[in-house]
Ligand binder design. Structure first.
Ligand SMILES: [Zn+2]
Length: 358
């Protein structure tokens, strides 16, 4: 006989920059049509969580932050999906990840392959807490997954630390490589060696790129890129080298300019890192025209990218050491200490253990 479903759970409520999280126990809502209840197991602090926490990015408050998270399916609402995005059966007890957004599949942008830009999008870890909507962030014991969420099972052999990164850094990197086109035998320049840049380098390597160079101003970050498939890691772009693809994960205007200059004729620049307001990037239009360059932007990812991210992580987490990017973990009750540690030391990721030991 199945255990009784849980009736309440703790969440860390964020009310604005400079205000400590409030740990609150709230009753779990009755699941509505199409909804799933997830017991969150492990989360990682993403860069956007840090931006919000420190006030560089504004979120409607109060809210529950956290969207890089992996959990266990705990209960199913009426007419909840029977299968995940790969077509595998979804059962209570399955380990799952989910896209950071839930979208109306009939929205025109969803139909045009941009589900992450559909009207009335619901974004986990980014929504305001209301009387009838809670449990929608990773920094809590549960998440209620709404109808039209994109859910993927994750194999048990993937460590929590790597599995948590699938639905933001790794899936976004999969999207960037989709926009970059065929990488086999191509030369790829990755700008920025944070978790996103390392995820891009590793997936480019797994896709058969001939040469991957990672550039980051920090020597220690550069060094970390080598086990993620980089053939060379430097603190500045080598002016002698040319690349078919330059993917910016840094969001720094100077890096985006340097990436454009380093492109081979017919090359493609993919810009992923620029998610905060910043000075414009000067673009030499004549060079774009004469050298047949393409510039593409990406925010978040689509369902296919999530599928590729799960497949990549399951197949390659032992080759590329994603789990080692999380060197310290905190319990949910110490979430502010986790943020303070991340802001003070700038690690790739800080982990938050969400499941109380049985
Ligand atoms: Zn994120």
């Amino acid at each position: 006989m199945d255990a009784l479903p849980p009736i309440s759970g703790r969440v860390a409520v964020f009310s604005g920059a400079g205000v400590p999280h409030e740990l609150r126990t709230a009753p779990l809502p009755a699941l509505q049509r199409g909804e799933l209840l997830v017991r969150n197991d492990f989360a990682t602090l993403c860069g956007s969580d840090l931006h919000t926490y420190s006030g560089r990015r504004h979120e409607r408050c109060p809210t529950i932050l956290g969207h890089e998270v992996v959990g266990t399916l705990a209960a199913r609402g009426p007419h909840a999906p029977e299968r995940d995005v790969r077509g595998a059966p979804l059962r209570v007890g399955d380990r799952i990840t989910w896209a950071v957004f839930a979208n109306d599949p009939d929205d025109p942008r969803s139909r045009r392959g941009m589900p992450q830009k559909a009207e009335n999008l619901f974004k986990y870890g980014h929504e305001r807490l209301t009387a009838d909507s809670g449990f929608h962030g990773g920094f809590g014991e549960f998440t209620v997954l709404r109808r039209h969420s994109h859910v993927a099972r994750v194999a048990d052999h993937v460590p929590d630390e790597a599995a948590a990164m699938i639905n933001c850094a790794i899936a976004t990197a999969a999207g960037a490589l989709r926009l970059a086109g065929d990488l086999s035998q191509g030369r790829v320049l990755v700008l920025g060696a944070g978790a996103l840049g390392l995820a891009v380098a590793a997936q480019a390597h797994a896709a058969g790129a001939a040469h991957i160079a990672v550039v980051d101003p920090s020597p220690s970050r550069c060094e970390r890129a080598l086990p993620f498939g980089a053939a060379c890691a430097r603190t500045a772009v080598d002016p002698e080298q040319r690349y078919e693809v330059a993917i910016d994960c840094s969001g720094a205007p100077a890096a985006m300019r340097a990436g454009l200059r380093a492109l081979e004729v017919g090359g493609t620049a993919v810009w992923v890192g620029a998610v905060l307001p910043q000075p414009p990037v000067p673009v030499d239009a004549e060079q774009v025209v004469r050298r047949l360059l393409t510039i593409r932007g990406l925010h978040n990812y689509d369902t296919g990218d999530l599928v590729r991210a799960v497949q990549f992580t399951e197949a390659h987490h032992r080759t590329y050491p994603f789990a080692e990017l999380v060197q310290v973990r905190f319990p949910l009750a110490d979430l502010d200490a986790a943020f303070a540690h991340a802001l003070a030391t700038g690690p790739w990721r800080v982990g938050v253990a969400l499941r109380e030991p049985d």
